[in-house]
Design a protein around this ligand. Structure first.
Ligand code: DAH
Length: 344
């Protein structure tokens, strides 16, 4: 075939394809035109390509170049028609482009630490029994941590090895220059003193917060833990009131069938003093100390022990939470392991 004929044929093919693509009125017409010109088996472009073999060898490069131009013109026309009519594949389906069956994005909500949750619940229970919440500092002086609580200077509880006393440099940082030593409070009983110092009786408070003792961490000890302190001061308060309040508390927090038992004990700030046990399954578990506020403590804050009496108690918050949830190692609370924390 003469080169000029071949080139002429290509021009005509491209022109008629351009016209046909322009005239296609909808997606199915467009598809027909596409098959007619660009179809891989019997499309016109394909047939013309086959005829290229009939062109003389020396004319092949010119013919090939023209063929490519023609092919480009047809493809451009097809693309333009597609843009004008919309993609037939997309037009055919009602797919909104959104697959509702795909798993969604999971947002991890933070949650309150189990000890914080326990504290909130304890406040709630004791609030219903008429106790309001009082607060005190974690860095304390010896008066509030020991002296006013009837713990004299020679008492072993004041041993520097059993307490976190602040060093000179730490006190200087706090702008504290006095001789009065400071320590991280070892018990929340400090708050009893602070409240009684600033409030006349009657008093009915709880205080929840951190306390610090240099214990080696093991399954039941940690150098920082939380206590709930309770204090009730009024006229004619008795041990029976103490027992009722602790029993009501135990039943609210642990279950209606929980019982409570007192064992004689000793604390410098209560007289008489008891250890309070709560029944659990078939046994008894020690939950903390309690007793009638010692007259020396009442005097230390300026109350008259002939006028008012009261009871106090101190319970371990971690221990309560561990019992409720079957946690066997206190260290779990403070590892910051999300796999543990997210269970609450
Ligand atoms: N402060 C005591 C402790 O940390 C607990 C305690 C016992 C508190 C008897 C009290 C109490 O208020 O009356 O071991």
């Amino acid at each position: 075939m003469a080169l000029s004929d071949f080139l002429e044929q290509l021009d005509q093919l491209a022109s008629s394809a351009e016209k046909a693509f322009q005239e296609a009125g909808d997606a199915s017409a467009l598809d027909e035109v596409r098959v007619n010109f660009l179809g891989a088996k019997n499309g016109q472009l394909k047939s013309v390509q086959k005829e290229m073999g009939a062109v003389g060898k020396e004319d092949r490069p010119t013919a090939g170049k023209k063929f490519n131009e023609c092919k480009t013109r047809i493809e451009v026309a097809f693309q333009a028609a597609k843009d004008r009519l919309g993609d037939p594949a997309a037009a055919k389906s009602s797919d909104p482009g959104f697959d509702m069956t795909l798993p969604g994005h999971e947002f991890h909500l933070g949650r309150l630490h189990p000890i914080t949750q326990t504290i909130e619940e304890l406040k709630d229970i004791m609030g219903r029994l008429g106790f309001s919440v009082a607060d005190g500092p974690e860095i304390e002086d010896e008066r509030h941590n020991f002296e006013a609580l009837n713990i004299p200077r020679e008492h072993p509880a004041r041993d520097p090895l059993d307490n976190f006393y602040l060093g000179t440099a730490q006190k200087a940082q706090l702008g504290h220059r006095e001789e009065n030593p400071l320590l991280l409070r070892s018990q929340t009983s400090t708050v009893q003193i602070r409240v009684m110092e600033s409030t006349p009786p009657p008093i009915r408070i709880i205080s929840l917060g951190r306390v610090y003792r240099p214990d080696t961490a093991d399954a039941t000890h940690y150098p920082m833990f939380h206590q709930m302190e309770g204090l009730l001061i009024d006229r004619q308060v008795t041990m029976a009131d103490l027992k009722s309040v602790l029993r009501l508390f135990a039943r609210s927090y642990l279950g209606a069938d929980v019982n409570i038992r007192f064992r004689p004990s000793f604390f410098p700030f209560t007289e008489p003093s008891v250890e309070a046990d709560f029944s659990w399954n078939d046994g008894w578990i020690e939950f903390g100390g309690a007793g009638m506020v010692d007259p020396n403590v009442l005097r230390a804050v300026g109350y008259d022990p002939e006028e008012v009496t009261g009871f106090a108690f101190g319970l371990g918050v971690e221990r309560l939470c561990m019992r409720r949830h079957g946690i066997t190692d206190i260290r779990e609370f403070y590892k910051n392991d999300v796999r543990f924390l997210e269970q609450f």
